[in-house]
Design a protein around this ligand. Structure first.
Ligand code: FES
Length: 177
């Protein structure tokens, strides 16, 4: 007696095996592909907040009073899959150790970094000799068209935080970029 199946049974079995392997492949692709797709899309879907509080001092009681302090930090920005880093500077000033003013470290004339001239108690921009008042940031000499740009600042649990922002250079109005 032969074990061979009739032709129509063989055909039915082949169709079933073809169908079953197709379903299996589809399930495998879904299981494997979904997390991979999610991981691929995740950065694009992530919400990017360009403005956030940055801690610039751990303990305000350690900061000098009546003398500007420069703080440099690295700002990290995520735009979809691209992470960029930029060195930022702010100047901090306080007269009482409790209330602080924060200035962007960028000169309002053409965007150079400026320094503090301790001998003359003023900020000096080396590019075109712009001069700014130490306490108020007002222009006291040179070509800058407006005072230094102030930044939002807050004290929280003894820490000092600022929101770093950039503004247009060379114009009298403070216009955020
Ligand atoms: S960039 Fe500062 S004075 Fe020109």
């Amino acid at each position: 007696m032969s074990d061979a199946l009739p032709d129509h049974d063989v055909m039915r079995r082949r169709r079933f095996l073809t169908w079953a392997s197709g379903i299996g492949a589809a399930i495998a692709a879904t299981v494997i592909g979904t997390p991979a797709l999610a991981a691929f899309l995740a950065p694009a879907l992530r919400k990017v907040s360009p403005k956030s509080w940055v801690k610039v001092a751990d303990d305000i009681s350690t900061l000098d009073v009546g003398v500007p302090i420069k703080v440099d930090f690295v700002e990290v920005a995520n735009d979809a899959w691209v992470e960029s880093r930029a060195l930022r500077s702010v100047w901090l000033y306080t007269e009482d150790g409790a209330k602080f003013t924060a200035y962007s470290g960028i000169c309002t004339h053409l965007g150079c970094g400026y320094n503090f001239d301790a001998d003359k108690s003023r900020y000096h921009c080396p590019c075109h000799h712009g001069l700014f008042d130490m306490k108020t940031g007002a222009v006291i000499g040179g070509p800058p068209p407006r005072a230094l740009d102030t930044l939002p600042v807050k004290v929280e649990n003894g820490e000092l935080h600022v929101i770093y922002q950039t503004f247009r250079s060379g114009v009298p109005e403070k216009v955020e970029t």
